[in-house]
Design a protein around this ligand. Structure first.
Ligand SMILES: *Cc1c(COP(=O)(O)O)cnc(C)c1O
Length: 397
């Protein structure tokens, strides 16, 4: 029996909605994980950027432990002392003045969709129940039925309909296509500034700025899904910072929970956020004391700028290393900050490459058939970056 078959039996009672690589992790610290047999692996995926600060960063664990000893959950029926500071801290980080915390990324996206529609009816004057939102082909915004309804990935949507209407998808990176899709019913453009799941697709220079200009001119909200691209990954606090663009709404998640607890949020200006009134939206766990305490520690770490700087410096090193890979097996290398999509030549399976890397002690993940995705935690060293590139090079060779 192969390891993979063994694991399949081990997880006999689990749904088969994932196809994990054959490793069973039992411990982790920083950029490294250990499996049940005591083998160590360098984590070059970092929980799809949920672990930007590495596993169990001491500051994050300290914040979580301190909060575990005080209060972990109150529900939003009552105030708690971590809530206001968390909202204030995240408002400062985003440059916005209002924050609505949820738990998962998909919930942040749902929250932004609700905000945009309500704003459309109540402020812009769109006819009730006619609102449309422009999205990009190959988007990934989560797994709820509304969200997969506007996915262009058949695996994500097939046989989960009927879907919510009101979305128009246009090619990513094409600002003119966005402009053409906007009409009097359009309330928002929802985009990942860099498409993560699609394979680290970086839009052409000027795209985000164009989207900002168009949305402003046409009185349409710009919702930036920075759930994967944000919080240091691109070498800046937000991917939108790369073009000095400020969206109307930031959508955050993944790294906001520091790899400790799920924390998501949207941030916007007060006048926009005030479309939400008591009873119109909520979450039992959203903004809970533990989440807020960890989120505050994450924000404090980002406010030093240290992690963004590492993202830039280590990212440049990763980029240089990847560009030196043998060109016959690699058709494209896309990088931004410490984040890379390596597009293999047709006929090469990214899954096989990731399995070979695993055997050599490096964790990476394929996306689609032919893309290897790298997103090491921002705490990796230069030598570790070089090691990732070396192991990747051998795995594709
Ligand atoms: C992961 C992700 C989501 C969904 O987050 P979940 O926490 O898995 O619900 C949404 N948008 C983007 C860009 C993501 O990468």
């Amino acid at each position: 029996m192969t390891v993979a078959q063994d694991l399949h039996e081990l997880e006999a009672h689990a749904a088969h909605n994932y196809h994990p690589l054959p490793i069973v992790i039992t411990e982790a610290e920083g950029a490294w994980v250990t499996d049940v047999e005591g083998r160590r692996y360098l984590d070059a995926l970092a929980g799809y950027s949920a672990l930007n600060f590495g596993h169990r960063h001491p500051q994050l664990i300290a914040a979580a432990e301190a909060q575990l000893r005080r209060v972990t959950l109150t529900s939003r029926a009552f105030h708690h002392d971590q809530f206001a500071p968390f909202c204030a801290d995240l408002a400062r980080l985003t440059g916005m003045d209002a924050v609505l915390p949820m738990n998962t990324g998909a919930e942040a996206v749902e929250t932004a969709i609700k905000l945009a529609r309500r704003w459309g009816y109540r402020v812009k004057g769109v006819e009730r129940d006619r609102a449309t939102i422009v999205v990009a082909d190959d988007n990934f915004h989560g797994r709820t039925t509304t969200i997969v309804g506007f996915s262009t990935d058949p695996d994500a949507r097939e046989d989960f309909g009927p879907f919510a209407p009101g979305f128009r998808s246009v090619p990513f990176g094409d600002a003119a296509a966005i402009e053409a899709a906007i009409d009097e019913t359009t309330v928002a453009v929802l985009l990942e500034p860099v498409q993560g799941e699609a394979g680290i697709r970086v839009p052409p220079p000027g795209y985000l700025r164009e989207v900002r200009r168009i949305t402003r001119e046409r009185d349409v909200l710009f919702l930036a899904d920075e759930i994967q691209s944000g919080l240091g990954r691109t070498g800046t606090t937000f991917a939108c910072d790369l073009e000095d663009v400020v969206p109307d709404v930031f959508l955050l998640g993944k790294a906001l929970g520091g790899g400790v607890v799920p924390v998501s949020a949207i941030a916007a200006n007060r006048e926009l956020m005030d479309v939400f009134t008591p009873g119109s939206h909520g979450s039992t766990f959203g903004g809970n004391p533990l989440a807020c305490a960890v989120g505050r520690a994450v924000i404090a770490m980002l406010e030093t700028g240290e992690f963004q700087a590492r993202g830039r410096e280590l990212g440049a090193r990763l980029d240089a290393g990847l560009r030196a890979l043998p060109q016959d097996r690699v058709v494209e290398v896309r990088t931004i900050g410490l984040w890379a999509g390596i597009e293999l030549a047709p006929g090469n399976r990214a899954r096989t490459v990731c399995e070979r890397m695993l055997a050599e002690g490096v964790l990476a993940k394929d996306t689609h058939e032919t893309t290897v995705r790298l997103a090491p935690p921002l705490v990796v060293t230069e030598d570790e970056v070089d090691h990732i590139v070396e192991v990747l090079g051998a795995a594709i060779g």
